[in-house]
Design a protein around this ligand. Structure first.
Ligand SMILES: [Zn+2]
Length: 339
């Protein structure tokens, strides 16, 4: 985005002349945006950000040489082509600038044909709106960015804007995942599971890699991330093991993200908080390993061994996360109670 900003601000400079010559000009502030499937180039990729970048643009009108009369937002907070669509359809040059629609000190809007009676009302309204506006012919038009400050682009302001409009990351439980002291490999795996992007058969089917879809654990349903990690009867037995240990009643939410968030938001004693937050990861990891054993090696683990493996995973991660505690496994399991 910084380069898009530089393009709007710098004049008579070689790099700008080169990209303008190569890509063509859309307006004074931006080159044409290439949508062709062929051709690569740094500028082509930079231009993909123009739509996002230009959402926060506004203008300070000077002599009106560079701001487009119909298509830019320069008069109040609106774009004239949206406010007066019937007049815009009659415009002789839709890309004309403000100064091209002036004649000396008066407005002289260019139309390509005579108007019908009903279109005159719109024209009168438009002229009344324009009446109060005067150009400063001594100043140049200025491109400004952002809604606060002096209108200058900064990387930090752009970062804040992109964060403010990013519904995915803002509503994503990234803190619950990345702040748990799990091995990095497990954290990445959980992240993938929360996005429901593990390569289960439904996801492989979308990539045209699987024709018949069946769960390797229960053989009763199609395999999806949600089924495998939440609703499969085998997986449910691992969840039930923890419900029994903690004496919990739990209704399994529909999505993995909801299940994970609900589990991590449960109020528990601070002594087991870290362990508590690792439990979904232990279930996901044990189930995934078991699923892969059955899929690729043709081996299946008895349920009691699978439960033990899940608890052992949890035990080893908890021990890794504490510097000086090496409780015995049986004591660890005994400590899994809600205070
Ligand atoms: Zn299943």
């Amino acid at each position: 985005m910084k380069w898009l900003w530089r393009y709007t601000q710098e004049e008579h400079i070689l790099w700008k002349d080169v990209v303008s010559a190569k890509h063509g000009i859309q307006s004074h502030w931006c080159t044409s945006l290439s949508k062709a499937p062929y051709g690569v180039g740094v500028w082509k990729h930079i231009c993909k950000l123009w739509e996002k970048f230009s959402q926060h643009k506004h203008f300070t009108v000077g002599n009106g040489l560079h701001i487009r009369f119909w298509k830019d937002k320069w008069l109040r907070n609106t774009v004239l082509m949206d406010d007066y669509p019937s007049l815009f359809n009659l415009a002789r040059e839709p890309d004309s600038t403000i100064s091209q629609n002036r004649d000396g000190t008066t407005w002289s809007i260019m139309f390509r044909m005579n108007m019908q009676d009903w279109e005159f009302n719109d024209l009168i309204k438009l002229l009344q709106t324009l009446q109060s506006f005067s150009l400063n012919t001594q100043a140049t038009d200025q491109f400004k960015w952002g809604t606060t400050g002096d209108g200058n682009y900064t990387v930090s302001a752009a970062y804040k804007q992109s964060r403010a409009f990013n519904a995915v990351t803002d509503h994503w439980p990234w803190k619950s995942i990345w702040k748990i002291k799990l091995p990095p490999k497990i954290v990445c795996f959980c992240w993938t599971a929360l996005y429901e992007a593990c390569l289960t058969q439904d996801n492989l089917y979308k990539r045209k890699r699987i024709i018949v879809n069946g769960c390797y654990l229960c053989h009763k349903a199609a395999e999806s991330n949600r089924h495998l990690f939440l609703h499969c009867t085998v997986t449910a037995k691992l969840w039930n093991m923890f419900y029994s240990l903690f004496g919990l009643s739990w209704v399994m939410p529909h999505s993995i993200k909801e299940a994970y968030e609900s589990w991590c938001c449960w109020k528990v004693d601070s002594t087991i908080k870290q362990t508590w937050k690792m439990i979904p990861a232990a279930i996901f990891w044990s189930i995934w390993r078991e699923r892969n054993r059955r899929c690729f090696e043709g081996l299946s683990t008895p349920l009691h061994s699978l439960k033990a493996e899940c608890l052992m995973c949890l035990y080893s991660w908890v021990n890794l996360s504490y510097v000086d505690s090496l409780d015995s496994f049986s004591n660890f399991v005994g400590s899994l109670v809600l205070a």
